[in-house]
Design a protein around this ligand. Structure first.
Ligand code: PLP
Length: 398
């Protein structure tokens, strides 16, 4: 059990009572040697499973060569990774950083600077959406459409308004003469696994064109194959001006990226933005191996197929369960919306040896790695269905 009383850490997390000491593929082991099946994947980070060989080999080779040089020097791995990402997306240039929040900070800064320095106007406002999650820095928690991340952190920076997600009718009313961008998750992940409706996305694209707004897509959780496309915007046939990556990009080695289209490149000049650790030789080595593996092994398609399978199996196995309201998702980002809060349900699933995580108060989120076997998926689904069946029996029988 985790000993919170003896901890020298700030209590910023309500941690699960497991101390994990080893991971391989879809498996984790705790400090007593007990084995678990992992459908959390470090919150959509370890998309190739734990300790993937290809990433490990590339990392070890790089560790033998060079760990870190300043971004004041040429870093060939950054060039290679940027080519990989731009050749496989709508973007033309990449800025590397260390986390999702930093990638979104870079996106926000680029949107403002493009307006102020290239277009020569004073627009700065960004429309984001209720229930969204964009990070924990002051700007990105302000961009986030959830009050709980803002409490006690006043004053917040100016320049963000939150529109209701998937509401086509009201969106245009949020645009002012200060609006410079619309920023969204194609699937609200943290906030409840809520996919954007196609007509809503088309309205966003229309408004961006009509009002000359930048379209910023936060792909930090959905990116790198998770949803069955390399980037979730591909599901909608749209071209964001800016999108951001982090989580799965380095298979667990911290790295973030902000990607933008050609017209934005000159908005950032030398000295206008930076990061000491952004895109070190080691971090970029991990990311190159990760992205190459995803592409070479066609894991996006695999995620799409397995995702369909999981949705089907869950809908079958949970049919008629009064605890379950809706099962939804894309690829291997899947949510089971319940009729009650999920903390106890999740704890009961953990007790059966399967790790899952919440998304918002009433959704159980599944994030298996993209190499997970069908047998492991079946095992996980069986555990979830059994636990929810047992709990609903308690509910019904008192
Ligand atoms: C996790 C996440 C972030 C924040 O990333 P950090 O690396 O924790 O800063 C931002 N946006 C989305 C959609 C995320 O899922």
């Amino acid at each position: 059990m985790g000993d919170q009383l003896n901890s020298a850490l700030f209590p910023t997390y309500a941690r699960y009572p497991f101390t994990l000491v080893k991971g391989e593929g879809s498996r984790l082991w705790d400090d007593t040697g007990k084995e678990y099946l992992d459908f959390v994947s470090g919150l959509a980070v370890t998309s190739l499973g734990h300790s993937p060989q290809a990433v490990k080999e590339k990392l070890v080779a790089q560790l033998d060569q060079l760990w870190h040089v300043s971004n004041l020097f040429q870093i060939p791995n950054q060039e290679v990774l940027a080519r990989l990402l731009t050749e496989n997306s709508v973007a033309d240039a990449v800025f590397f950083c260390n986390s999702g929040a930093e990638a979104n900070e870079a996106a926000i800064k680029l949107a403002r600077r493009y307006n102020q320095k290239v277009l020569g106007n004073d627009r700065y406002e960004i429309i984001t959406f209720q229930q969204s999650f964009h990070g924990r820095t002051l700007a990105t928690l302000t961009a986030t459409g959830q009050d709980k991340v803002k409490e006690g952190f006043l004053p917040l920076p100016e320049g963000f308004v939150h529109a209701p997600y998937n509401d086509v009718a009201v969106l245009e009313g949020y645009i002012t003469d200060k609006t410079c961008a619309i920023m969204l998750e194609m699937i609200i992940a943290e906030g409840g696994v809520i996919p954007a409706q196609p007509d809503f996305v088309q309205e966003i694209v229309r408004l961006c064109k009509a009002h000359k707004l930048l379209l910023i897509v936060d792909e930090i959780q959905t990116g790198i194959g998770r949803t069955g496309k390399l980037f979730a915007y591909e599901h909608y046939g749209i071209e964001p001006d800016i999108f951001t990556l982090a989580k799965a990009l380095g298979s667990g080695f911290p790295i973030g990226a902000m990607l933008g289209k050609k017209k934005l490149i000159d908005a950032f000049t030398a000295g206008s933005h930076g990061s000491t650790f952004g895109g070190t030789p080691i971090a970029t080595a991990a990311a190159i191996a990760t992205v190459e593996t995803i592409l070479e092994q066609n894991l996006t398609e695999r995620a799409a197929e397995l995702g369909e399978y999981v949705l089907e199996q869950l809908r079958e196995g949970l049919k008629g369960n009064p605890l379950v309201k809706e099962i939804r998702g894309k690829g291997l980002l899947i949510g089971i919306e319940c009729t009650q809060t999920t903390a106890e349900l999740i704890a009961a699933i953990h007790q059966q040896g399967l790790f899952v995580v919440s998304a918002g108060p009433q959704v159980i989120r599944l994030l298996p790695n993209l190499l997970v076997t069908r047998e492991d998926l079946d095992r996980g689904i069986r555990i979830i269905c059994a636990v929810l069946a047992a709990r609903s029996a308690i509910l019904i029988n008192g």
